[in-house]
Design a protein around this ligand. Structure first.
Ligand code: DOR
Ligand code: ZN
Length: 424
């Protein structure tokens, strides 16, 4: 054990039921057991549950000059941290999309200045994207790739998709894909929205995308919303909290606050997803904030997307406390599997792991927009139960402590293709 650790978390209840001291030095867990003395900082976690920080592999942090009114790197990652997420993976459907070296570099610079937690940034898959260049710039993965159009994402045709998949396979890069079948018609309620982008169409789109992959392609399907799509998936996939916790029946039909792609389904379909809980590899939030004004207008014109990075782990932990699912299964879906798929180290409460840790109380509380931190200023989970962390450590530093946030731990997690400029 080092002579003077930076931080010791004492009396922490960890998964498995042990009560331990967690000693942290230079951003890493160096000992789990009885802690020594002389740490610069000590936290008493008595009575609380200590978990590794979550990796949310699907967020839209917005920002830039045109979308900062929806969210910025600092508001979005403050929201992440307050929800126990210590790493976010930003999606590249920004304005403009991240499909060139230059837009990518600017995004990294923006994130470095604003992010309160670790971050990865994905490259965009568009017909003219510089995929090899983006890989060298440090793109963590590629996508979400819009195989169907969505807010701020134009659909890319199957010829271009096939060519891009081939190139990404050659680069040994992970590609993530948004699959849907979009039908023509008036889109005026949550029910019509789901009819025009049905679960069966999503499953068919997933199947046809599988046919375009090269053998052994590193691939991952974004936000699958139907049991049929789970069956069609030939590779890993993620499911979003809004498809697990929300159904059309919970909203007024024309309420665009529930509008998201893929759409919120019926209560019956929602229950079908829970029945397949063990088959779900990853849960990610698809945090896609839009302003209250944008979501309050006519349904047809409203953008699709919901804020969710801050409520993902709290909702899941409330389900654990209610006895619906096992804690270990949640940790697999929000920590270890995302890390494995992204080929990055997973935080953990073991010696040598990155010290990304969240400390949770034993009680859930009602979720209210007032207590959340996204610039969106609203939540579709109003009134539902959530278990929110009281303290969050990222990179060995306390980034959140009972309502206070500290900047400085936000580290960029580069993709494996990153080439340092000096190497050239
Ligand atoms: O509902 C959605 N909103 N789905 C997406 O795929 C994109 C997202 C956004 O960026 O607003
Ligand atoms: Zn998407």
């Amino acid at each position: 054990m080092p002579a003077s650790p930076d931080l010791i978390i004492r009396n922490a209840l960890i998964p498995g039921g042990r009560i331990v001291d967690i000693t942290i030095c230079e951003g890493r867990v160096v000992h789990v057991g009885a802690g020594g003395t002389g740490a610069e900082q000590t936290i008493d976690a008595r009575g609380n549950l200590c978990l590794p920080g979550a990796i949310d592999m699907h967020v839209h942090m917005r920002g830039g000059s045109r979308q900062a009114y929806k969210e910025t790197w600092s508001t979005g990652t403050i929201s992440a941290v307050a929800g126990g997420v210590t790493m976010v993976v930003d999606q590249p459907n920004t304005l403009p999309p991240l499909d060139t070296r230059e837009t990518f570099r600017n995004r990294v610079a923006e994130a470095r200045e604003g992010s309160f937690c670790r971050f990865g940034i994905n490259g965009a898959v568009t017909p003219h994207a510089d995929l090899a260049g983006l890989r060298e710039e440090g793109a963590l993965a590629f996508g979400e790739t819009f195989a169907a159009a969505s807010s701020y994402g134009e659909a890319i045709g199957s010829g271009d998709l096939k060519r891009c998949f081939k190139e990404l396979h050659r680069l040994d890069a992970l590609v993530t894909i948004h699959c849907e079948e979009v039908r023509e018609g008036r889109d005026v309620t949550l029910a019509t929205h789901s009819d025009l982008r049905p679960g069966s169409g999503e499953a068919a789109a997933v199947s046809s995308i599988c046919d375009l992959f090269s053998p052994g392609q590193r691939s991952h399907f974004c936000h699958l919303s139907s049991a049929a799509s789970f069956r069609a998936a030939c590779t890993s996939f993620e499911v979003m909290p809004h498809h697990l916790f929300l159904s059309q029946e919970m909203f007024a039909g024309e309420d665009a606050h529930g509008k998201v792609n893929p759409p919120i389904r019926t209560e019956k379909e929602r229950k079908e997803l829970w029945a397949l809980w063990d088959r779900i590899p990853v849960i990610a939030s698809d945090h896609a904030p839009h302003s209250v004004e944008e979501k309050s207008g006519p349904f047809e014109a409203a953008p699709a997307g919901l804020p969710g990075v801050e409520t993902m782990v709290p909702l899941l932990l409330a389900a654990v406390y209610d006895g619906r699912v096992a804690l270990a299964s949640v940790l697999e879906k929000v920590v270890s599997r995302p890390a494995e798929i992204l080929r990055i180290p997973a935080p953990g409460l073991v010696s040598g792991a990155a010290a990304d840790i969240a400390i949770y109380p034993k009680e859930s509380i009602p979720i209210t927009a007032e207590c959340l931190h996204s610039r969106a200023g609203w939540t579709p989970y109003e009134g539902m139960s959530g278990v929110f962390p009281e303290v969050v450590v990222c990179n060995g530093r306390m980034v959140y402590d009972g309502g206070e946030f500290t900047f400085g731990a936000g580290e960029w997690v580069r993709g494996q293709g990153y080439k340092c400029p000096q190497d050239e």
